[in-house]
Write a protein that binds this ligand. Sequence first.
Ligand code: GLN
Length: 485
Amino acid sequence: MAREPAPSLDAIAAAVLAGETSAVALLEAAEREQARREAADPPLNAFLAFGGEHARASADAADARVRAGESTPLAGVPVAVKDNLCTLDYPTTCGSRILEGYVSPYEATVVRRLREAGAVVVGKTNLDEFAMGSSTEHSAWGPTRNPHDAARVPGGSSGGSAAAVAAGIVPVALGSETGGSVRQPAALCGIVGVKPTYGRVSRYGLVAFASSLDQVGVMARSVADAARVTAIIAGEDPLDSTAALLPVPDYVAEMQSGLDGLVVGIPDEFFPDELDAGMRAACEAAIDVIRATGAEVRRVSLPHTTHAIPTYYLIAPAEASSNLARFDGVRYGLRAAGATTTEDVYYGTRAQGFGDEVKRRIMLGTYALSAGYHDEYYDRAQRARALIARDFARVFADGVDVLFTPTTPTTAFLIGENDADPYRMYLADTFTVPANLAGVPAISVPIGTAGGLPVGGQFMAPMFGETAMFAAAYGLERALAGGAE
Ligand code: GLN
C-alpha cells in the first residue's frame, strides 16, 4: 500500500496555531476517512465509537484555545484512544459485552494529558476483549482488518489503534501493552509502536488486565511523533503510585544523535532457526544498515527469554483472573436478565458477558493460583520472570545500549488462521513479552516488507532508557529513508 508522505504532529499543530487549518477541519477530514473505510467491503472496523457531538465539542474547545492565544504542542491534533482507556464522553467497553454502554465517571490520566496538550480525541478503537489477544479478532464487535490486506489481521490487542493510524484516519493513537499489544500490531500494520518502561506512564484509567505488566503505549507514523507523545503522557501522577517520580527527558531533542556511538546487541535467542525467512532477511538487512551508521553491533545472549511465553501465560492470566473478578453484574455494565439470587447474577452475567478467550484466561489463572498449584505454577513463573529480567540487566551492564530483534515471528496472518489453536496465537508474542516481563522499554519500527507485508524491527533499552531507545529507532528510520546518519 503506497503511503503519501504524512505531516508530522509538530507540523499539524503548527498549521493549527498559524490558523492555516483548525481542529474542526482536521476532525472533519478524519470523519471523511473513517466513513470511507467503513463504506468499504469489508469495513476496516477500527473504531467502536467515532466522532459525534463529543468530538465536535472537543474540537471547538481546542480551536477556542488557539484563538485565545494559547500555544499547545498537539493543538488540534486528532487522536484515537484504545477502548480500554477511560474517557468521560465515549463509552469504555474493552471490546466486551460485559461493559456494553458503560461510561466511566473519570478519565484516564493519559487522555487528560493529551487533551491538555490540545489534542482532540476522535474515537475509541477496537481491541481484543480486555486486551487479551494478538489479532483483534476477539472483540465482541467483530474483527478489525489490516489496512494493507483486508483478509489479514492488524495484530492485537491494540489492532484498532494500529489500523486507524496505518489507514491515515488519525496521525497518532494510544494503545496498551501487557505482552506486546502495541508493538505487535504496529509491526503488522507498518507503523511505529512504543511500550515505555513499566512505571514511565500513569496507568490511572487503564482498565486492568495484568497489573504488574500493563502499560499505556503510543502508536504513530514516525519515531519523532511517537517520542513527542510519549513525553507528553509520561511522568509522575498522584493518582497512580506505580508512575515513577522521575523527570521526563525531552526525547525528541535528545534522540537526534541517532545510532552513532551506540552499542547494539543482537540476542541469539530472537533469531531461532525456525524464524520466517522473509523476517530474517529484513532484519539482517536492517542490522547491516545499523552497522553502516557507525553503531557497534555485538552478538549477545538472553538465555532465559526462551521461557518467556510460558512464564507470561501464567502470570498474565493469574493477574487477570483476579482483576476481572470485579465484573460481577453489580457495579459495571451488563447484568444477567432474570437472575434472582446474588449467585445467579454473578454466574449469569459472567457467562453471558465474557467471550471464550477471556473465560479461558480466567480459568487458567484461577487454576494457577489455586491451593496446591500456586507453588508449582505461579511461584515458579515468578522465579522465571526474575531470571529473564536478570538476563537483560546483565547485557546492559556489559555495555550494550540497546538490543535489536524482530518484533514478531511472522508478518500479518490471515483472519481465522489461528482459531483452532490458541497456543499458536500466543506464539505471536514470542519476541515482545520478554520486555514486558523485564519491565524495560521497547519500540517497533517499520524496517521493510516480506511477501508484500510490513515487517517491524524492535529496539529494547534498559529501564527508563527511553532516550537511547528513541535515538536508535530514529537513527534506523533515518538511515532506511536514505537520510544522513
Ligand atoms: N497478546 C498478548 C495476550 O494475549 C498480549 C496482550 C497485551 O499486550 N495486552 O495476552
